[in-house]
Ligand binder design. Structure first.
Ligand code: GDD
Ligand code: MG
Length: 352
């Protein structure tokens, strides 16, 4: 069985972080995001290959993830010549599929039990099975209504407010039968949400929903990306490096904490990072590989990507900072700051 990860989007809502780092390899702590998805896929032993469906910066992903040895499942790269949309991308992957297929949106973090999902799909003899998640703000998702027996009766992508009649949304995880892809025109932009799913409903084909009550989040905005880290740090999402327990301080081997630096958990310091004298790392902070936090600096819940240097006395509150940034001494950056790679912040700057 193959799994398709739809990972060709531009990650626009995560810009500037995604300018050089496509969403599938945005780091969650110090692992590329898609490794967390592959952790979930690996729990279904039938899956023998992950098809990464890409078009945006495929080489950056290939450089980092290679053949999948580090992720634990073989990876095949399928690169569209141009973005074909979610349905077009699945159709483009079809020659590599071998029957019932698991499909994941490339930006959802979840601990779902895929074996149970595939079992449900088979028991019901479904043509398609979809995972739904209950949320407070359905408008920015695909809203899915179901009948009491679990059949999908309506699918509306990004509904207008007056179209929302329930709080269950498309979680971006499907089990699909490839012989239903006959309706997708090859080589054409086609949305699985706007065209394929509504057509299953219209034609009365067996389209089944599973409502997932466990952890689920789309990491596609800075706020939700930050929240995903919080959820792992605080034990709501069982993922490395905290594995489901409310976290303490995790300091990787090869990180240097100088005397007089203080770390308050839950927080994470990656290998090669240096926390200088008098610096304070507060709860919720994520310090990436080879980051340097200067003397007496304060990191209060910020996420710092590898090789960033925080100047002496700087204060970083919940900002998200890309690779190799230089934060001048005594700068103060607040929660709305998201810095792209290689940003330079002058000493004493105040922002956010
Ligand atoms: N290969 C490929 N080609 N992948 C694509 C393309 C494409 O042209 N367009 C989007 N994708 C990938 C994105 O990389 C992402 O992983 C996934 O498809 C979904 O696209 P998003 O841009 O993240 O969509 P969304 O978050 O607005 O909405 C989707 O996800 C929601 C759940 O998070 C929809 O599936 C909604 O129905 C759903 O509720
Ligand atoms: Mg998304």
């Amino acid at each position: 069985m193959k799994a398709v990860l739809l990972a060709g989007g531009f990650g626009t809502r995560l810009r500037p972080l995604t300018v050089n780092t496509p969403k599938p390899i945005v780091p969650i702590f110090d692992r590329p995001f898609l490794y967390h998805q592959i952790d979930v896929l690996r729990r279904l032993p039938e899956i023998d290959e992950v098809i990464l469906s890409l078009n945006y910066q495929p080489d950056r992903i290939r450089e980092q993830v290679g053949d999948g040895a580090g992720a634990g499942l073989p990876i095949r790269y399928v690169v569209e010549p141009e973005p074909l949309g979610t349905g077009g991308a699945i159709k483009f992957s079809e020659p590599h599929l071998d029957g019932t297929t698991v499909v994941f949106n490339g930006d959802v973090l979840t601990g779902i039990d895929l074996a149970a999902l595939v079992a449900l799909h088979r028991e019901r003899g479904a043509r398609a099975t979809i995972v739904l998640a209950p949320v407070d703000d359905p408008a920015r998702y695909g809203v899915v209504e179901t009948a009491p027996d679990g059949r999908v009766i309506r699918f509306v992508e990004k509904p207008d407010p007056d179209e929302i009649r329930c709080n269950t949304i498309n979680a971006g995880i499907y089990v699909l039968e490839p012989d239903t892809f006959d309706r997708i025109p090859p080589g054409t932009k086609y949305s699985i949400e706007r065209s394929y799913f509504p057509s299953l409903v219209e034609r009365g084909e067996s389209f089944v929903a599973h409502i997932e009550r466990g952890y689920w989040r789309d990491i596609g905005t800075p706020a939700s990306y930050r929240q995903a880290h919080r959820d792992i740090l605080e034990g709501r999402c069982a993922a490395p490096p905290f594995a489901g327990a409310p976290g303490d301080r995790i300091v990787a081997d090869g990180a240097a904490i100088q005397s007089g630096a203080r770390l308050e958990g839950p927080c994470f310091v990656a290998p090669g990072a240096t926390i200088r004298r008098g610096a304070r790392i507060g709860p919720g902070s994520v310090i990436g590989r080879s980051v340097v936090v200067g003397q007496d600096a304060v990191v209060g819940g910020a996420i710092l990507w590898p090789e960033t240097v925080v100047g002496d006395g700087a204060v970083m509150r919940q900002a998200i900072v890309g690779h190799r940034c230089r934060i001048g001494a005594h700068a103060e950056l607040g929660p709305s700051v998201v810095l792209g790679d290689d940003s330079q912040v002058a000493p004493y700057t105040r922002a956010g």
